[in-house]
Design a protein around this ligand. Structure first.
Ligand code: CTP
Length: 404
């Protein structure tokens, strides 16, 4: 007998959710809309290893913690099986499982959603174009100066599936153009309506700024949002209360600070991830690198906190030739950068200088990129395999429309 309760509106979504990006958060947002409560199953590190031959960059606890920070998530379970069966949905009291329309297979080639599919308990939504863990990994490789090799381009598949003009462009400009979005796997098309959907729950300007006299501001690139960022923002909110506004640097500013290849993600993709976090009350797009009086007055900011110590990855060769600040070492660079960016709030006495996180809680961009450098051969292997899959997916006419 089917034990599911037809009035139950809990929805289950599962996945790896590695290097969490706006495509994942859009999936959570869409899945949440299918019911009242969203339960997220996170594939364990070991299961990912068995399936892909490499552990995820973010471990299962970090992926769980990031999920917990997301405003559309009600419950998290770490280590749900890759194959989603009726029994699991019943046990979790979920009526449906939701998944994007990209094809996924178990290691034995079977459909992990076969049972709920047959029972009419699988809801499929449109996958978000332009961002994937694979494309993020490939962009990180380029930013870190790691060799991607020409053979990441699956030329045979392209020859079959894309138009002549695309092949022409590919041969002329190579990997850079490919990664930067002329070809569908990496091209985000973010509409105002998507931004509005992500901003749901954020109060109007009048409500948040006129009724609240306690406003804290944190600025940064927030490129590759990781557990260090989330812990930092949650702690800042705990210390100051009130409302937390995030200033996101535009792409040119991020490149100026971190060097060629950065940002990994375009400003709007980075902003959407921030808007997915419960802790964030507002986001300002494209803020000035040097905080101005005007910015502080406009948003009635009374605390400023720097997260430059979290966002600390600079390639060694870039430190000395950085045109913004001439430095000898990473520590010196971060110190001078902070002096430069926060001069005004420091003078006004509103810059908070005490450490935000304990040593054992800190996770920085440098830590995340070091993990990638350590596993680079395995990751390259995954990029090559998955890239072909993505190109095939998007070259299919029915998948090429914009995801709303
Ligand atoms: N998802 C999506 N849009 C994306 C990426 C993922 O809608 N651009 C959805 C997937 O379809 C799935 C969920 O997010 O329902 C979890 O994805 P995950 O298991 O991390 O799958 P991957 O496909 O491996 O993610 P990616 O393609 O980013 O590697």
């Amino acid at each position: 007998m089917d034990t599911k309760d037809s009035n139950n509106s809990r929805v289950f979504i599962d996945g790896v959710f590695d290097l969490m990006h706006a495509g994942h958060f859009n999936a959570l947002r869409k899945a949440k809309k299918l019911g009242n409560e969203l339960v997220v199953g996170i594939n364990s590190d070991l299961d990912c290893y068995k399936l892909k031959g490499c552990y995820p960059i973010y471990n299962q606890n970090e992926r769980g913690e990031l999920m917990k920070g997301c405003k559309w998530v009600d419950e998290i379970i770490i280590g749900t099986p890759y194959k989603v069966e009726k029994n699991l949905l019943d046990k979790l009291n979920c009526e449906f499982v939701a998944h994007g329309d990209d094809l996924v297979l178990c290691s034995d080639g079977t459909d992990p959603y076969n049972e709920p599919r047959i029972l009419g308990r699988l809801k499929v939504f449109q996958r978000t174009e332009g961002v994937s863990t694979t494309s993020v990994m490939a962009r990180i490789f380029r930013a870190l100066g790691l060799e991607l090799g020409d053979d990441i381009l699956p030329v045979n598949k392209l020859d079959r599936s894309v138009s002549f003009s695309m092949r022409e462009g590919l041969s002329n400009s190579g990997i850079n153009k490919f990664l930067d979005g002329d070809y569908s796997p990496c091209q985000s098309l973010i509409s105002v309506s998507r931004v509005i959907s992500f901003a749901s729950g954020i109060s109007s300007t009048k409500q948040i700024y006129s009724l609240n006299s306690n406003v804290t501001y944190v600025d940064g690139s927030f490129d590759i949002f990781h557990i260090g960022h989330l812990r930092f923002l949650e702690r800042v909110k705990k210390i100051f209360g009130g409302i937390l506004i995030i200033g996101v640097y535009d792409d040119a500013t991020t490149q100026l600070i971190y060097g060629d290849g950065f940002p990994i993600l375009k400003m709007m993709e980075r902003a959407l991830t921030l808007l997915s976090m419960s802790v964030v009350d507002d986001v300002i797009f494209g803020v000035p690198i040097k905080i101005t009086n005007k910015l502080l007055e406009t948003y009635k900011i009374n605390h400023v906190v720097s997260c430059k110590a979290i966002e600390n990855y600079i390639r060694p060769e870039y430190i000395k030739k950085n045109i913004l600040i001439n430095s000898e070492s990473l520590g010196d660079y971060i110190f001078k950068l902070e002096e430069f960016c926060y001069e005004v709030p420091r003078r006004m006495g509103i810059l908070y200088n005490a450490p935000i996180l304990r040593d054992d809680e800190i996770c920085t961009n440098h830590d995340i990129f070091s993990r990638i450098i350590d596993k680079k051969d395995y990751i390259l292997d995954i990029i090559k395999k998955r890239w072909a899959k993505e190109i095939n997916f998007y070259s299919d006419e029915k998948n090429s429309k914009l995801s709303i």
